[in-house]
Design a binder for this molecule. Sequence first.
Ligand code: NAD
Length: 449
Amino acid sequence: MSTVVNPATEETLAEIESAGVEETDAAVARAKAAFPAWRAVSPTDRGRLLRRLATLVEEHHEELSRIESRNVGKPIGGARGEVGMVAHVFHFYAGAVDKHHGETIPVAGGVDLTFREPLGVVGLITPWNFPLNIASWKLGPALACGNTVVLKPAELTPLSTMRLGELALEAGIPEGVVNIVVGKGSVVGQRLIEHPDVAKIGFTGSTEVGQQVMRGAAGTIKRVTLELGGKSANVIFADADLEKAAAAAPYAVFDNAGQDCCARSRVLIERSAYDKFAELFVAATRKLKVGDPEDESSEMGPLISAAHRETVASFVNGEPLFRGDAPAGKGFWYPATIVEATTDDRVAREEVFGPVAALIPFEDEADAVRIANASQYGLSGSIWTRDGARAFRVARAIDTGVLSINSNSSVRPSTPFGGFKQSGFGRELGMHALAGYSEVKNVYYATEG
Ligand code: NAD
């Protein structure tokens, strides 16, 4: 049994039977049995079923948002935005089913063409910070390509994914196509990685577990997509609109209480603008409303667990530049915190995964790029400047998969998302994600008599 709690109140939300190896094997067997019929569903009908799922998510928008808000401790406004994106993602992949096609290639003596074949049963393993969103990023392309799925949500936050599984059935997606298995990573996750009938693992989580996924997948040459940790830089040049950059910066690191793989937790500022920006950033962070996730005006909730709060706290030594307010009493609260740092400090190197921002000065463009790239990670980041040519020079020079200029947004249903370096590989979202859930088959047909 695992107990699912509300991190804002520490109240028990559900007691859930944890699946073991046997239940995992049974789910894989159901997915395997469902595969031939699912891959044979016509593209139009597969698109129609995904569209229906998208519509059901819209119809259950408030219910799903409440579940997500209570289970993850997210402010309800943010949870609503995320569930809106889930529907958008399924709409996108409903439309993508019949646009993912092969090629014809000029060859001598015949015709050569390629097909995009589904892989079979895919195992999807998701983290606790954006449970429903990340489930949809994997489910959408996996189903669009004609795969069947065994999806293991994080033990701490399985509730919205379990509800999504019910909605998939209600949408008319046949039994066995989407199987949700709730259990431990070291049991259910591990079994999926090793199972000979699972063709691919789509994983989002920590870099450490990602390494285990990769090692385990070697045994059966499984395909893997890894979306892992991050330590993204928010690079602010002195010529930027500093007011705008500072007003946006708190949301780029404290959103979801910093439990965001894209968190711009390293705030790099050109030295000549450092003092002015630091003042504006502190003032903007002071306004951040931290409190009850069910309150419509809350902007930041608690951390996911007491253990995680301890880890986050271990990154802050001494008096920070700024420490905000957070509710006392029940709940795993931690205040928005800004520290001044250098590249060598632990807080500037490791993923905090909590509301702690490290302010780091840089001297010039080359120094900004050097510091931004001084990380094992390479997921996301931002560049703020009024100089367009410099914006693109720096964007090309920073080794990350997703960048924004004069903005902090990283994620859209129609554009590719994923990491460089130890932030992982493979791309989610957009048409790019379909490559990770299909194989290219090349067929040559001789036409000479
Ligand atoms: P985690 O790695 O602890 O767990 C992720 C999932 O893997 C969970 O479902 C867990 O049960 C499972 N798991 C754990 N051990 C396993 C094992 N041995 N074999 C198979 N599965 C196992 O990560 P988390 O704490 O849930 O999430 C936080 C991490 O996820 C952070 O590092 C964050 O940066 C990363 N993340 C990355 C992205 C991205 O898109 N790049 C998005 C969100 C979160």
